[in-house]
Ligand binder design. Structure first.
Ligand code: 5MM
Length: 340
């Protein structure tokens, strides 16, 4: 393991005002998003859509890394260039989602365990051979009656740490993604308490597994009230709650925190990230960045809707969201930017 190379890669992923483009939807998730827009759900359409994303002119000005999936990392453009080479040639680090998805946790109704540790070392070695420089693994936690349970938190945290250690062993930077879901009627305070507990457990296990914290990226949820909560807090309140929670739980050695969007409307995710930058950036030990899927892609996907004639317009929509989130990282974003 070349520790300095790992640290350099992790730093590059959160450098400046750039962020990660999460385009690692599994085939079922991608098909679900296509079905909602009447787009045919086959490999060619998924390839065309992902090619649209990675060939967007100017993408590397705002995107440091792109998270691919097992299907996508093996795909080529119509012209025959591998997606990995398209990214590398434009200065974007290729990444790969390596978990194998969520499974019901035995004897824990409503809770999920992420699978994928069996054979992971060999799969990581193959992905590194294919050109990946970083990886991603997602665990989810649901706030509800008696959930998340201690055993759900503990098991997922340990699996995240085992994944992270294996990544570093083969020279990939692990993006560690513990997601407390927005589903439910919980308050901002409840989300904060659960997120803090989850993060403490994750970092306890990362330490136990000898993971080098300088060479990881944390990809957490923002601290948010549940979608069904009657009180929806302001962007400033969410920014303060999120940063306060992270300061309690995330060691200073971590170079960067790149938020998932979790189903937030795209403009709101940007507004909340901006509020964190404006109010807190000067006192934070780590970079605050974005690693959004839906909050970057959704407007572009809706414009494209499977139509070849819409590629350029869809790419413009993608670049617009990226620029807004770059501005949010700098604390320069204004809602009026959306219509300029
Ligand atoms: C939470 O999902 C991750 C971030 O996406 P959002 O910004 O839309 O919340 C995302 O990277 C996710 O892990 C992938 O889309 C893969 O999901 P599936 O469920 O298809 O493995």
């Amino acid at each position: 393991m070349n520790i300095q190379a790992l640290i350099n890669t992790a730093s590059a992923l959160v450098a400046g005002d750039k962020g990660l483009l999460a385009m690692d939807e599994s085939t079922p998730t991608c098909n679900k998003r296509f079905a909602a827009l009447g787009i045919p759900q086959d490999e060619e359409m998924r390839r065309d859509y992902r090619a649209l994303l990675i060939t967007t002119p100017g993408l590397s000005a705002g995107i440091s890394g792109a998270i691919l999936s097992d299907e996508t990392i093996r795909q080529r453009t119509k012209e025959g260039t591998s997606f990995v080479n398209v990214l590398i040639d434009s200065g974007i680090l290729p990444g790969i989602k390596v978990d194998l998805g969520l499974k019901d946790m035995a004897e824990h109704p409503g809770e999920k365990i992420t699978e994928g540790l069996d054979g992971l070392r060999e799969r990581l070695m193959e992905y590194a051979e294919l050109g990946a420089r970083f990886a991603k693994w997602r665990a989810v936690f649901t706030i509800g009656e008696g959930t998340p349970s201690q055993s759900c938190i503990e098991t997922n945290a340990q699996d995240l740490a085992r994944y992270a250690a294996l990544c570093q062993e083969v020279g990939l930077v692990p993006v560690v993604e513990p997601e407390v879901l927005m589903d439910g009627a919980h308050t901002l305070e409840q989300c904060s308490a659960v997120t803090e507990e989850v993060l403490h457990e994750v970092f306890r296990h990362l330490y136990a597994q000898s993971v080098i914290l300088e060479a990881i990226i944390l990809k957490p949820n923002m601290v948010l009230p549940g979608l069904a909560c009657s009180e929806q807090d302001s962007a400033n309140e969410i920014a303060d709650a999120t940063v306060t929670c992270l300061l309690q739980a995330v060691p200073v050695a971590v170079p960067g925190i790149a938020f998932l969007s979790g189903g937030q409307p795209a403009e709101l995710a940007t507004l909340r990230l901006n509020a964190m930058s404006v109010r807190c950036k000067s006192r934070l030990p780590w970079a605050l960045a974005f690693s959004f899927a839906r909050a970057l892609q959704q407007p572009a996907l809706e414009i494209w809707a499977g139509q070849a004639t819409q590629v350029v317009a869809a790419q413009s929509a993608l670049i617009h969201r990226i620029r807004c989130n770059q501005a949010a990282r700098r604390g320069d974003y204004h809602s009026t930017d959306e219509h300029s």
